[in-house]
Design a protein around this ligand. Structure first.
Ligand code: GLN
Ligand code: ZN
Length: 756
C-alpha cells in the first residue's frame, strides 16, 4: 500500500444505549448467567468492530474491549490476583469482578483516575509472581478474524506503564524481568495467529519521567522486538506531549503513536527539528479524542502536510489523539439538540468519520473532500452565532474581578473559634458526604416528572417526603451534621448545568467513568451564568425539619468544568471563573436562607492536574482562585466544607491548604488510610474527615473495624481536627446497606470519643 492509512486507538465499550452497563448489572444482580452475559457482550463487541470497519478504518483496535477495566484485564491476564481473592472456587470472571467490586470477605482493590481523565482504573496489587492465565488480546484477535474477517490491531497496556500504575512490588527490576517474558509469550502467539500490528499503550511516556525510567523503555522494547521479530509493534503515547521525543522515536519498535492534539505544538516542533526515523511508521493523533467538537479539517490537513514532509505516505497512519473511550458513541441518536449545536458536535463515530475523511483527502486529493469541508465550515459559522455564546453581563463581572484576589475576612484559626461557638459540635463530629440512596423509585419518579406524567408539585412533594424521611433517619442514627440527601439530583454536575446558562444536554452521550458506571457530561457551549437559586428550596426545607446543621451542597467550579465537555474557543480557566462567579451567588443565597454549613465538592480537582510537572502549578493556582472566588464571600462563622474523593494527595496538599476550606472530607477507606501521613508531614491544621468505610462495596464494616480506622487516623491527627464520615457515593447503595453501616460508624465515633 502506498497510501496513508487510518486507525483508532480504542472505541467506547458501552454501546449506543449503554447496553454494556445494563448487561453487566443484570449479571451482578444475579438476574442472568455468565453465559448470557458473555453472549450479550460479544454481540455488542462485534457490532462495535463492524461499525468501525464500515466507517472506513484500516486498522481496527481489538482487545480494547473490557468487562470492567483494561488495567484490571492486564493484571488478571498476568495472574496478578491479590491473595485475598484467591480462596474461592469460582470462574475467573467472577474473581475478576470481585477484585473490582469486593465481596463479603474481601475489600475491593483501590480505584483511581486514569491519567488526567475521568475514567477510573483498578490499581493492580502485586503480591504474587506473575504468570500468564489467559491471552486476552489473542482471544479478541481471533474472534474478530473468525467472526467478521477483520484482521484487527490488538491493543495491550504496556509493561512499563502497567507497573508504574501498580502497587505492592518491592523490586521493580526483578518484577519487570518476570513480566516482560510473559508479554513476549502473548505477542508470539499473536504473531502466530496472523496479527500484523500490535498497539502497546505506554501513556506514562507523556508524564515527567526519571532517566532511569526512560532507560527501561530501551531495555524492554529491545528485548521484545528481538524475541518477536515478525510482529510490528506500535508504541502508543497519548494525552500530552512526550518530553523525550528524540529518545522515544529511536526506541527499537516499528511504529510510534504520537498525539498531535494535546501537545501544544511541541510534537510538530520536535518533528521539524529532529525529523522522524526512516522506515518507521508514525501513527499521528490528528483528531481530538477527548472533546466533543467537530475538528477543523483545514487545520488538520495543514498538520498532515507538515507530517508528510518528514514521513512517507505508506508510513503514516492517521488516527484520533487517544482512545475514544472518553467520548460518547454517536451524535446520531440525539433528537433534541438544536441543529446548529448538533452539527457542531462529533462523538466517537463522527470522529472516526473525520479520520476516514482526512485519509481520503490525502490519498485522493483535497477536491475529493472539498464539499465536506465547505459543509463543516458553514456549520461552524452557524454555531458561533448561537445565542448565549457570549453574555455581556458575565463579561462585565469577569472584568470587575480581574486582578483581585478573593479571600475570607478572617484567617482559619479565628474562624474556627467562631464556628465552634455557633455549632457546638462534639469531638469527632459525624456526617456524610451528601448523597443518600437513590433508589429505583426515586429514579422512576424523576423519569415520570421529566416525561410530564408527574406534575412538578407531585414530584416535589415526593422529594420532600424522601428528604424528611432521611432527616429523621439521620437524627435517629445520631449523626451530628446532616445532609438533605440530594434526592432531587440526577447527577452532581448535570443538576447544576441544567439550572445555569451556557450548558446544553444530550440524551445518550454517556461515557464510562468506572466499572459499569457511566456519566453523561453536559456540554458547555456558551458563557456560564447564574439565573435563579438552584439548591435553596431543598436545603432550606431540610434545615426546617431539624435543629442539627444541614450542609448546603454544591459542586465546585473545577469539578463542573472537568466533568463537562467544554467549549474550545476560550481558555478553560476562564470558563472555571465564570462557573465560580455563578456559584458565589448561590452560596450567598444559601447563607441568606439560614444554611450555615456550605459544602463545595471538588472531587475532580486532582484528575485535571496536567501530566507534566511544569504545567501543574498554574492549573492548581487557577483552581484555588476559582474555589476562593466562589466561597470566600461568606460570613466568618459560616463553615465552608469541601470534599475530594481520591488518595494521592501528597503533591497537591499545598493547594488543598490554600483553598482555605474550614473542613475537608476525603475518601480514604479505599486507599487504606495511606494518605493520613501526607497531612501529618505537611502539618495541615484545618479540619479533616477521612472516609472510614468503603461504600463502593456492599459489605458492611463492623464497629470495631471503623473504630480502628478512626484510632489509626488519630495517631497522626488531633482529635479536635477530625471528622468521621464514610466515603462518598452513598447514593449508589440501598437503604438496607446504608442504615446499619452509618449506625456502626456513629457507634464507632462514640466509642472513640469516650476514650479521648
Ligand atoms: N456530595 C456528593 C455526593 O455525596 C459528592 C460526590 C462526589 O464527590 N463524587 O454524592
Ligand atoms: Zn467523592
Amino acid at each position: 500500500m502506498t497510501h496513508v492509512q487510518s486507525s483508532a486507538l480504542g472505541y467506547p465499550r458501552i454501546g449506543e444505549k449503554r447496553e454494556w452497563k445494563k448487561s453487566l448489572e443484570r449479571f451482578w444482580k444475579g438476574n442472568q448467567t455468565e453465559e448470557v452475559l458473555r453472549t450479550e457482550l460479544k454481540e455488542l463487541r462485534l457490532k462495535n468492530l463492524q461499525k468501525q470497519k464500515d466507517l472506513g478504518l484500516d486498522w481496527i483496535p481489538v482487545g480494547d474491549f473490557s468487562y470492567y477495566d483494561h488495567v484490571l484485564d492486564t493484571a488478571v491476564m498476568f495472574g496478578l490476583i491479590p491473595e485475598r481473592f484467591k480462596q474461592k472456587d469460582q470462574s475467573l470472571l467472577q474473581t475478576y469482578f470481585d477484585i473490582a467490586r469486593g465481596n463479603e470477605t474481601a475489600v475491593a482493590s483501590e480505584m483511581t483516575k486514569w491519567f488526567n481523565t475521568n475514567y477510573h482504573y483498578i490499581v493492580p496489587e502485586i503480591d504474587t509472581e506473575p504468570k500468564l492465565l489467559e491471552n486476552r488480546p489473542l482471544y479478541y484477535f481471533n474472534e474478530a478474524k473468525d467472526e467478521l474477517g477483520i484482521i484487527g490491531k490488538p491493543v495491550l497496556l504496556g509493561p512499563i506503564t502497567f507497573l508504574k500504575l501498580a502497587k505492592g512490588y518491592e523490586d521493580y527490576d526483578a518484577f519487570l524481568d518476570h513480566l516482560v517474558p510473559l508479554y513476549i509469550d502473548v505477542l508470539k502467539e499473536l504473531a502466530e495467529a496472523g496479527a500484523e500490528w500490535v498497539q502497546i499503550d505506554e501513556p506514562i511516556l507523556c508524564t515527567t519521567l526519571e532517566d532511569k525510567e526512560l532507560a527501561y523503555f530501551e531495555k524492554v522494547y529491545k528485548k521484545i522486538t528481538r524475541e518477536v521479530p515478525d510482529l510490528k509493534l506500535l508504541l502508543q503515547t497519548y494525552f500530552e506531549s512526550i518530553d523525550y521525543y528524540e529518545q522515544v522515536i529511536s526506541l527499537p519498535v516499528e511504529g510510534i503513536g504520537i498525539d498531535f492534539i494535546y501537545d501544544e505544538g511541541n510534537h510538530i516542533n520536535a518533528l521539524e527539528k529532529h525529523g522522524f526515523p526512516e522506515g518507521k511508521t508514525l501513527a499521528a493523533g490528528i483528531i481530538d479524542g477527548r472533546n466533543v467538537w467537530k475538528n477543523d479539517l483545514n487545520h488538520s490537513l495543514e498538520t498532515i502536510d507538515t507530517l508528510r514532509k518528514h514521513i512517507k505516505d505508506e508510513q503514516l497512519i492517521l488516527q484520533p489523539s487517544c482512545s475514544l473511550l472518553h467520548v460518547p458513541v454517536t451524535t446520531e441518536t440525539e433528537e433534541k439538540l438544536a441543529p446548529e449545536l448538533k452539527n457542531a458536535l462529533a462523538f466517537a463515530d463522527q470522529k472516526i468519520e473525520e479520520v476516514a475523511l482526512l485519509k481520503k483527502g490525502v490519498n485522493e486529493g483535497r477536491e475529493a473532500i472539498a464539499s465536506a469541508i465547505d459543509k463543516q465550515q458553514s456549520t461552524w459559522k452557524q454555531f458561533k452565532q448561537v445565542t448565549g455564546r457570549t453574555n455581556p453581563i458575565v463579561q462585565e463581572e469577569l472584568s470587575a474581578w480581574s486582578g483581585k484576589q478573593p479571600s475570607r475576612a478572617l484567617p482559619f484559626a479565628e474562624r474556627q473559634k467562631l464556628q465552634e461557638e455557633t455549632f457546638q459540635l462534639p469531638l469527632l463530629p459525624t456526617t456524610t458526604i451528601g448523597s443518600l440512596p437513590q433508589t429505583t423509585d426515586i429514579r422512576k419518579a424523576r423519569a415520570s416528572f421529566r416525561k410530564g406524567e408527574w406534575t412538578p408539585e407531585k414530584y416535589e412533594a415526593f422529594i420532600e417526603e424522601r428528604t424528611a424521611a432521611w432527616i429523621h433517619h439521620q437524627e435517629a442514627l445520631g449523626l451530628d451534621v446532616l445532609v438533605h440527601g440530594e434526592f432531587e439530583r440526577n447527577d452532581m454536575v448535570e443538576y447544576f448545568g441544567e439550572k445555569l446558562d451556557g450548558f446544553t444536554f444530550t440524551q445518550f452521550a454517556w461515557v464510562q467513568s468506572y466499572g459499569s458506571r457511566c456519566v453523561k457530561p453536559p456540554i458547555i457551549y456558551g458563557d456560564v451564568a447564574w439565573k435563579a437559586p438552584m439548591t435553596i428550596k431543598e436545603s432550606a426545607f431540610a434545615q426546617s425539619l431539624t435543629n442539627k446543621p444541614v450542609k448546603g451542597m454544591l459542586t465546585g467550579p473545577v469539578t463542573i468544568l472537568n466533568w463537562s465537555f467544554v467549549r474550545n474557543d476560550i481558555e478553560p480557566a476562564e470558563v472555571t471563573t465564570q462557573i465560580a462567579l455563578a456559584l458565589k451567588k448561590e452560596l450567598s443565597a444559601l447563607e441568606e436562607n439560614g444554611i450555615r454549613m456550605l459544602q463545595v465538592d471538588e472531587p475532580a480537582l486532582r484528575e485535571g492536574l496536567p501530566l507534566k510537572k511544569e504545567k501543574q502549578q498554574s492549573y492548581l493556582d487557577d483552581a484555588v482562585y476559582a474555589f476562593k472566588l466562589a466561597t470566600s464571600g461568606v460570613k466568618n462563622d459560616t463553615q465552608v466544607h469541601t470534599h475530594m474523593c481520591y488518595s494521592e494527595f501528597g503533591e497537591i496538599i499545598d493547594t488543598i491548604d490554600q483553598l482555605d476550606a474550614d473542613v475537608i472530607s476525603i475518601e480514604a477507606a479505599r486507599s487504606h488510610g495511606e494518605l493520613i501521613a501526607d497531612f501529618e508531614t505537611f502539618g495541615y491544621d484545618k479540619e479533616i474527615g477521612l472516609g472510614v468505610y468503603d461504600i463502593h462495596s456492599p459489605r458492611i464494616p463492623s464497629i470495631l473495624e471503623m473504630e480502628q480506622s478512626i484510632t489509626r487516623a488519630l495517631k497522626v491527627l488531633k482529635a479536635r481536627q477530625f471528622w468521621v464520615n464514610p466515603d462518598c457515593g452513598l447514593k449508589t447503595r440501598t437503604k438496607e446497606e446504608v442504615l446499619p453501616a452509618l449506625n456502626h460508624m456513629v457507634e464507632a465515633a462514640k466509642n472513640v470519643r469516650a476514650k479521648q
